[in-house]
Design a protein around this ligand. Structure first.
Ligand code: KG4
Ligand code: ZN
Length: 340
């Protein structure tokens, strides 16, 4: 029975070592995440070499714990879904090698999963009624993709960032105003005390492609503002800068997303990725959807940032379509969405 299908998900594309067991594609039996944030904070960002080493140290224990918490053993698992791209190649390789070794030793089916497909699929976990077609915005540390999802496992990219990803912009601005790494959650928190209309930062729209994003101009505008204040001997209000920057990002994300929904007559919208845990973005997008009669979906914050439950869910729908990977599966750091 497909409803009873048990998938072990493995995720190691960046700085989280994660494993999860998901039943029937939607029920999370366990979701173990070992974050390396403490170590990378010392360096102000993710150090790829350290990330790979930490994944290697932790992955066996994380998988063991995921099986234990789900109260299953490897012999109960029907398929192993692993992120094989995009991401840091050395980090991805740890998960891929682990999944291949487990599959080889046990004969369990192997499914390579696209990380972004995982982020979008995180929406299926708590919204059991959600089914394609829908529109999705994936905003993470490495990606900003506006994606039309006509059917399970099918993705049509309408827009993407021309330069920095949304999460990357949060991280860089946070560093510039002294909030440190990881920037997103810290800006989110600081912005709650600030005035989002205090500073008029630019809303960049890319002329050639209406759905594309650009955040490097906004980042430069923040840096220029900070330099200007320093030269004039003015002290900055960190909450005001955080709130004004955040609003500029949120405005553009909401505008492009709603334009995509309207032009594609789409009545369902699903937000995804680490930046989807941003409280201002969740609130503004929900409001914009409500005004237009569009059903709004977003995962709980724990399923927005990197986790393996979302990889297991994406793997379930690939499995149902008959997709299997063999032992030649390799890490692909720049894997395009929607291709195998
Ligand atoms: O999806 P994710 O965990 O990893 C990638 O696939 O990149 O996203 C991480 C990104 C980081 O840039 C982090 O600063 C951002 O998501 N982020 C947030 C928030 N929580 C995480 N950005 C804004 N507000 C948040 N609350
Ligand atoms: Zn991610």
């Amino acid at each position: 029975m497909m409803q009873d299908l048990l998938i072990l998900g493995i995720e190691s594309s960046c700085d989280e070592t994660a494993a999860a067991v998901v039943k029937g594609g939607r029920t999370v039996l366990s979701n173990v995440i070992s974050s390396q944030i403490d170590i990378h904070t010392l360096y102000g960002g993710v150090v790829p070499e350290i990330a790979s080493r930490k994944h290697t140290e932790r992955i066996n224990q994380v998988i063991r714990q995921a099986l234990q918490e789900a109260d299953v053993t490897l012999s109960d698992i029907d398929a192993i879904a692993v992120t094989y791209g995009p991401g840091l190649v050395g980090a991805l390789l740890v998960g891929v090698a682990e999944a291949k070794a487990l599959s080889f030793a046990t004969g369990i089916d192997l499914i390579g999963v696209h990380h972004i497909e995982g982020h979008i699929s995180a929406n299926y976990i708590e919204h059991t009624e959600l089914e394609p077609p829908f529109m999705s915005l994936v905003v993470s540390g490495g990606h900003t993709h506006l994606v039309n999802v006509p059917a399970y496992g099918e993705y049509e990219i309408l827009g993407r960032t021309r330069d920095d990803a949304a999460g990357e912009a949060f991280d860089k601005v946070a560093r510039a105003i002294g909030l440190g790494y990881p920037g997103g959650p810290k800006i989110d928190l600081a912005a709650r005390e600030g005035n989002p209309d205090a500073i008029a930062f630019p809303r960049a729209h890319v002329d050639a492609s209406a759905y594309d994003f650009s955040f490097s101009g906004l980042k430069s505008a923040v840096l220029n503002y900070l330099n200007g204040c320093e030269m004039k001997g003015e002290t900055i209000s960190v909450p005001d800068v955080a709130a004004s920057f955040q609003k500029a990002v949120v405005d553009v994300l909401v505008t492009n997303s709603m334009m995509a929904c309207e032009e594609h007559s789409c009545k369902k919208f699903a937000l995804a990725g680490g930046v989807a845990s941003n409280s201002a973005l969740r609130h503004a997008m929900e409001e914009a959807c409500r005004e237009r009669g569009i059903d709004f979906y977003v995962p709980s914050p724990v399923f927005c940032t990197d986790n393996a439950a979302m990889i297991a869910v994406a793997g379930y729908y690939e499995y149902q379509k008959g997709i299997r990977s063999d032992l030649t599966l390799n890490a692909v750091p720049n894997l395009p969405l929607g291709e195998r």
